[in-house]
Design a protein around this ligand. Sequence first.
Ligand SMILES: Cc1cc2nc3c(=O)[nH]c(=O)nc-3n(C[C@H](O)[C@H](O)[C@H](O)COP(=O)(O)O)c2cc1C
Length: 208
Amino acid sequence: MTTTAASAHPTTSTEPAAPLKVAVILGSNRDGRFGPVVAAWFLARAARHPGVETDLIDVAEADLPAAITFSPDADAAARLGAVSARLAAADAFVVLTPEYNHSFPAPLKTLIDWHSAEWQAKPVAFVGYGGISGGLRAVEHLRQVFAELHTVTLRDTVSFHNAGALFDDQGRHLDPEPADAAAKTLLDQLVWWGTALHDARKARPYGA
Ligand SMILES: Cc1cc2nc3c(=O)[nH]c(=O)nc-3n(C[C@H](O)[C@H](O)[C@H](O)COP(=O)(O)O)c2cc1C
């Protein structure tokens, strides 16, 4: 799914810049998961943020094998083929992660570990959700993982504590203003870093 906001992200050029390509990664595949509510909420905010184009990558749909190999069979190759090019095409990432036992879910780690160059020299932002933690411990673990992959992780996050109680049955946030403000801050930072690193990679290929 791809959505685009109307205007372009900031540029010093007189040419209108293309929207920043943001892969939004839904990190839960649990039966009965709450993640799609968080994804719909975030995608709606991104859709009205200037200069952003989103592509939702759902780990449940990607369904990558847990056993990583340099010689994937036809099935694994087909699953990888459906997702790897979309990660490679992205200029920035937003990871939506719940917290499971003080960390992030295993299928999210599998998606991360199957890839390498796709992440490099790009920014990663986080929307965490969970019980009392609001996903914050999962996010801090992800920062360590993404440092290894040559990414820049953004300081500001969106965090939903006791997430299930914060939204109504239609997926509307019950106290929208602070959450909307947090999403705007995150997206502003993502556009800055995404644009800066996009231009830097274009000027000089990143040598990891
Ligand atoms: C296996 C498991 C472990 C969990 N561990 C934590 C935890 O350590 N801290 C927390 O705040 N919430 C924890 N939770 C609550 C989840 O973060 C919360 O239910 C969240 O909505 C799960 O995301 P999902 O529904 O998209 O899978 C856990 C839930 C599950 C299923």
